[in-house]
Design a protein around this ligand. Sequence first.
Ligand SMILES: Nc1ncnc2c1ncn2[C@@H]1O[C@H](COP(=O)(O)OP(=O)(O)OP(=O)(O)O)[C@@H](O)[C@H]1O
Ligand SMILES: [Mg+2]
Length: 465
Amino acid sequence: MKKTSDLKLIVFFTALTFLLTVVVVLSWERFLLPPFFSWVESHYPGPANAEARVKVQQRVEHFFISIAVDMVVVTLLLRVVRRQHRRVEESEERYRALFEHAKNGIGVARASDFRLVEANGKFCDILGCQVEALVGRDVRELLRAEGDGPDPRRGGLAWLLGSAEAGEGEFVVAAVSGAPVHISVSFSTLSTAAEKLIMLIVRDLTQQRQLEADKEEMQRQLYQSSKLASIGELSAGVAHEINNPLNGLINFAQLLKDEPVERSDFERQMIDGIIDEGGRIARIVRGLLTFARPDGDGHEARRAHVGETVQTSVALFGRQLEKDGVRVEVELDPDLPPVRAEASRLRQVVVNMISNAHLALKARGGGGEKVFRISARRFERDGARCVGLEFYDNGVGIPAGLLDRVFDPFFTTRRDAGGTGLGLSISFGIVRDYGGTIRAESREGEFTRFTVELPAADSWEAEYG
Ligand SMILES: Nc1ncnc2c1ncn2[C@@H]1O[C@H](COP(=O)(O)OP(=O)(O)OP(=O)(O)O)[C@@H](O)[C@H]1O
Ligand SMILES: [Mg+2]
């Protein structure tokens, strides 16, 4: 294509030169030659100057023809060159705009040493620094994945770049600030006349991954809610039916116990057993009734102060932990906004967390300090104020396979110690009623952390009126 257009230009300019020469020669002969010749004859008169006359005439004639033709041809040639140059500039500007405004990060590196030669704005944004700080650096080092060793030549990206002429992979890399960034990198190699280059297209997946994680968490909470709802429906009826005979049973046993007659140890044990087990059933029934609360119940909630609720719960139940050698830490943001909840129900959540941590820390063998920490902080999500509560203990932890089940009603590993397995499921229901979420994280033998997030009262009112 280029060769053909070059040939056309050559033919055009040859023809043009030829034509111009003809025109200039004709014009010269017709208009300039006679006056010029008579001027030469007047300056070099006589037969003695005949040779000099011919010389002057010929030289000026050649000089004039060449200058005239060259001037026109060169001027035209310059115009053609300028036009081509403008076109190249426009095209370069177009491509630069495309490159700079691309939604994905684009980086170009030399294939010989993997050094970055160019990067667009998005590429710099993803890594959080200026282009000057990136150009010249090894892309395998710039995009070194978390968990790769110190040698960039052995990292995930190095392996990917070395495996084929084109490919794609996902990595978690560190931005210049040190923050982890989840990216996908696709690359292809291309050759220019001068060298071989690698083009890398980088997409920031952090937001997408966060959305996916949020969605998963929402689905988990919904699934848990629906489980609770069906248990609630069933248990409402059953609980009411059980309550009356159960109270009768406990009262009758209490009457027997209070009767002023001499009883054998065995009889006394049996009566106490009936009262204790009856009390256990009563607790379960009460727990079941909290599931059966109608959904709208949350709307009657008043404002509760998380800080106060935590303080009173710790004052009442934290002592037992301290007695068992646990260091109890309470970290409360002094500026916590009130949440829309019934304080007594919120306390139920906190107390269950304290009791769970207490048992987990007790179950842990000696060695190392036992710590239980409650912290509460304020934060904003999508512009709405929220309160986040964290319960951390370094007790026995929860095996990974059981972590998903801890919010299930009746799931307990402490049945022998009187656990009903309702504590967390009730807490889940309470937090959900107030528009919040609850999450568990744990590593067996190391720690357990429950995170409760509740919208502040004003955010709730703004959303639900
Ligand atoms: N902080 C914790 N550390 C280790 N395991 C925990 C912790 N909190 C909860 N668990 C696990 O989750 C299970 C369910 O907890 P949940 O509070 O629902 O019931 P429970 O404590 O067993 O019984 P209840 O609350 O009725 O006394 C527990 O049996 C325990 O296995
Ligand atoms: Mg519990």
